[in-house]
Design a protein around this ligand. Structure first.
Ligand SMILES: *Cc1c(COP(=O)(O)O)cnc(C)c1O
Length: 402
């Protein structure tokens, strides 16, 4: 049965994942179990539960109930190599929970320079206070990365593609070097999800995902997850229990609902994103399109080699424009909202300039005109791509004619 399941396509796997009869009963979806107290049959039962911290066992609300267990189980089934998944109240909580599970005072963390800004802040803030030293590295420079390891290097944090700037790095090689040096490799795999990039199969030890993005898909909940093999999963679980991390069963039911349609949404938004990226690349006022799924992008070869899917998230950089011009562009979009997050059914535009959130990687990039530095990240939703292109065209017209 397990062998056959593994051979199924992504959509089939996303429909079947976590739907064990034990959680669902006779209905299609697991019911929403709202519960703090779990009532025991007897004192002997209570004692048995106390001494046994296993998954999928009633104990007390902080360890969840079948709605949470079904979602965790679904995510584990979709991540080849995972023994279990811990759910967190946000993606950032998952990042913090995973790092706290493996780091101790005195350890060194190597953090990919193009990581999501809150991951960088975790390194410079809480982890620093805890006595962990964070060193930023350029994930495209393997030699510099190799030379950064020392006796105390406990783990490496990757994110692919890079936050906002969308660089593809060679994850299997970065993970292989980490392993050779005795370090644990963690990855923020929110962009591709385990369907587009099975991170544990590519050498990573812990895969972290913000479920707020593609798994929810509807901009109506916040949650995160971390999946790992048996040993590290136990550490994640214990640490999250000690931190008292819980997620609501209502949100889990929404996340499970989102999961069923995720492969469809990823495919559609990726195709729309490619159309829009091609259109942007033809424009005079666009200096660079940063989209690793697009032939000709610096990351395209690695994406083709390692990934089986993408999504609607990519960026572009304006040619020699100032912030006022960029504001005219985004303010005049009608179909794109200006906002954080991504992966919802609605399109979003987010202006960015990463000059102040990079230590080891130059911005603008080497070889670029120094005036080309203001970017816009687009999260392409489920609207018709022709309408989105017309909307962007309006925005560009407003940018050029104040
Ligand atoms: C949004 C995001 C997160 C954080 O997720 P939240 O659920 O918003 O806390 C982490 N990593 C990446 C790559 C993200 O885009």
């Amino acid at each position: 049965m397990a062998g056959r399941k593994d051979q199924h396509g992504d959509s089939t796997r996303a429909v079947a994942a976590g739907r064990s009869k034990e959680w669902t009963g006779p209905v299609v979806n697991p019911p929403i179990w709202r519960a703090s107290t779990h009532i025991y049959e007897s004192e002997a039962d209570r004692k048995a539960a106390l001494s046994n911290n296993k998954d999928g066992q009633f104990y007390y609300g902080r360890r969840g109930a079948p709605t949470q267990w079904a979602l965790a189980q679904a995510l584990t089934e979709l991540e080849p190599g995972a023994a279990g998944t811990v759910l967190y109240p946000s993606g950032v909580a998952a990042i913090a929970g995973a790092l706290l599970a493996v780091l101790s005072p005195g350890d060194v963390l190597l953090l990919s320079d193009n990581s999501y800004e809150p991951s960088r802040s975790m390194g410079m803030g809480l982890l620093k206070r805890m006595g962990v030293e964070t060193r930023f590295f350029d994930p495209l420079d393997l030699d510099a990365y190799r030379n950064l390891f020392c006796e105390r290097t406990k783990c490496v944090w990757l994110e692919v593609p890079g936050s906002l700037t969308m660089e593809m790095c060679d994850v299997p090689e970065l993970a292989r070097i980490a392993r050779e040096k005795g370090a644990i490799c963690l990855i923020d795999n929110t962009w591709a999800t385990s369907l587009g990039f099975p991170a544990l199969q590519h050498g990573c030890d812990i895969s972290v995902t913000s479920l707020t993005k593609h798994i929810s898909g509807h901009s109506d909940l916040m949650m995160g997850a971390a999946s790992a093999g048996e040993k590290l999963y136990r550490k994640l679980r214990i640490t999250s229990q000690q931190l008292g991390q819980v997620v609501s069963p209502d949100d889990c039911a929404l996340a499970l609902r989102g999961l069923r349609t995720m492969p469809l949404r990823l495919e559609r938004t990726m195709q729309s994103a490619l159309q829009i990226a091609d259109w942007l690349a033809t424009r005079e006022d666009v200096a660079h399109v940063l989209c690793p799924m697009r032939d000709g992008d610096a990351g395209y070869e690695l994406w083709q080699r390692d990934f089986s899917g993408g999504c609607g998230l990519f960026s572009f950089v304006l040619k020699a424009q100032d912030e006022a011009a960029r504001a005219r562009l985004v303010d005049n979009l009608e179909l794109f909202g200006i906002g954080y997050s991504w992966g919802g059914f609605e399109s979003l535009a987010l202006p960015f300039d990463v000059s102040r959130i990079r230590d080891a990687m130059a911005w603008p990039k080497p070889g670029w005109n120094s005036e080309d530095r203001l970017g816009v990240r687009l999260s392409i939703g489920l609207e018709d791509p022709a309408d989105l292109i017309a909307d962007l065209d309006r925005g560009f017209a407003a940018m050029r004619n104040p």
